[in-house]
Design a protein around this ligand. Structure first.
Ligand SMILES: [Zn+2]
Length: 481
């Protein structure tokens, strides 16, 4: 019998974090899927950078090349590309995903970074609350008004938001009193907002299921936001997983015998220590003007500077661009900068490109392949990690110099002000999870990049719909009512 498919993307939850929450009995509904329905928890590797725009592009389109970070500099268009509230991806979107077959073609893609060919996004885009502009995007009011009109939802949301706000303030004060420093900028707004959007997204998924869309892909970001603010191992992050579990339960019970469910994450998080790379670089090289995505320029004035360096950071990953260079610089032109930065104790590894060959530096010296292998073995399987690094280094949009943060006392140096982070190498940030029924016989053991999930999910979608794998003109779903 034919089945439709709904995929829940739970942002930032590593396979280890999920297993920890299951052991602590915080996710009884997910546990029930495993115990009663034969679900299996797979681990996979998302590849580099371990960020949502990269991993989600891979999952939805099978193509995530030239997405080197959460934010980057497009030298050709001279624009800082970034996602989130001030997303500028639309300025370069025409360059991406040509010839790929999006996973959600004719389905619903809710709260994702990209439209992914969907017929509808239910008015909710990823961390971008300006809705309803795109073709195939219904007005958010069509989702929001019925949601809020139902007193059950409103009661649910007001109660939970109040509870979350109270806990968030308490967690913040506790962290401060214990000498930890949660990232304040996240605390006040994002966590509460994310819980609201989490509920709205869940409602939109239920609506999409009632309307018969397939496949449905929906992103949930509250855990990731909370882990950025407090760290992935903080009790407040664990508490958000209870909301996630509740959402899994609601969607699971809405399946009836029409839908099958996959739950996955895109990357994990690690505990981090913030480090102001811009300030450090301006002090190290006073002839440079140093620019960051947020904040004022530092170092030499615009008139006297030898060059302007733009830093775009995603957690423990930083791309450095000579902003006036129309193309990626060769290693020989950035050797001094690369060497000096690799000497910083906060920097584990520096990557650049000499012709087509990657160059890696550590503690002020260029590494040969075996020296590099020994360093990489502290972070993951060194051959897999090497291939992931080389792929990132092959992107024309990568920085002239690329930095990876060190681990100091078990925490990664983070080039943003966050208590938890991802984007770089090391720990659980590169190891997300994929929860699927064992009877589907998925083998994810060889997956070393999120783009390799795309054919797996497309094949599952098509097998469940009981139709030929490729090239069929048969509709995947009835026309929505
Ligand atoms: Zn994140």
């Amino acid at each position: 019998m034919s089945r439709k498919l709904v995929v829940l993307h739970v942002d930032g939850v590593s396979a280890d974090a999920l297993e920890g929450a299951l052991r602590a009995r915080k996710m009884p509904s997910v546990q029930r899927l495993i115990d009663a329905e034969g679900y299996r928890l797979h681990r996979y590797r998302c590849g580099l950078p371990s960020t949502t725009p990269f991993a989600q592009a891979g999952i939805l389109y099978g193509d995530n090349s030239e997405i080197p970070s959460f934010r980057w500099w497009d030298r050709e268009r001279r624009v800082i590309v970034q996602f989130g509230a001030a997303s500028t991806f639309k300025k370069v979107a025409d360059k991406y995903f040509h010839g790929s077959a999006p996973f959600t073609a004719d389905g619903a893609c809710i709260a994702a970074c990209y439209p992914a060919g969907a017929a509808d996004d239910f008015g909710i885009a990823y961390q971008d609350r300006s809705y309803g502009q795109e073709k195939g995007s219904r007005s958010a009011a069509n989702v929001l008004v019925p949601y809020l009109a139902n007193p059950l939802h409103l009661g649910d949301w007001v109660w939970q938001t109040g509870a979350v706000a109270t806990r968030t303030v308490r967690d913040y004060l506790t962290s401060r009193s214990e000498g930890r420093r949660p990232a304040r900028m996240y605390v006040a707004t994002d966590v509460v907002e994310e819980i609201f959007v989490h509920h709205l997204t869940r409602y939109a998924v239920q609506k999409a299921m009632r309307e018969g869309y397939s496949p449905i892909y929906a992103g949930f970001y509250a855990y990731d936001e909370t882990a950025h603010a407090f760290g992935p191992n903080d009790p407040s992050a664990l508490r958000v997983l209870k909301h996630v579990d509740h959402t899994v339960a609601r969607i699971a019970s809405a399946r009836e015998d029409r839908y099958e469910l996959v739950v996955l994450s895109d990357h994990g998080q690690v505990d981090t220590t913030p480090f102001d790379l811009g300030e450090k670089l301006a002090g190290l090289m006073p002839r440079l003007r140093v620019r960051t995505v947020k904040g004022k320029d530092r170092g030499a004035s615009a008139e006297t500077a030898a060059a302007t360096i733009l830093i775009t950071a995603s957690g423990g990953l930083a791309h450095l661009y000579f902003q006036d260079s129309p193309r990626r610089k060769d290693y020989q032109d950035v050797a001094d900068l690369a060497r000096d930065l690799s000497g910083l104790p906060e920097v584990a590894l520096v990557m650049a490109r000499a012709g087509d060959a990657p160059v890696f530096l550590h503690r002020g010296a260029v590494l040969d392949r075996s020296q590099l292998g020994r360093i990489l073995s502290d972070y993951d399987d060194p051959d897999i990690l090497y291939a992931q690094l080389v792929r990132l280094n092959s992107f024309a949009h990568s920085g002239d110099v690329v930095l990876f943060g060190s681990f100091v006392d078990g925490k990664q140096i983070n080039f943003e002000k966050q208590a938890g982070g991802h984007g770089s190498i090391g720990g659980e940030q590169l190891h997300p999870f994929f929860l699927a029924k064992a009877e589907w016989k998925l083998d994810l053991s060889g997956i070393t990049g999120a783009h390799q999930l795309h054919p797996v999910l497309c094949d599952l979608r098509d097998r469940l719909a009981s139709r030929p794998r490729q090239g069929s003109a048969a509709p995947r779903r009835p026309a929505p009512r």
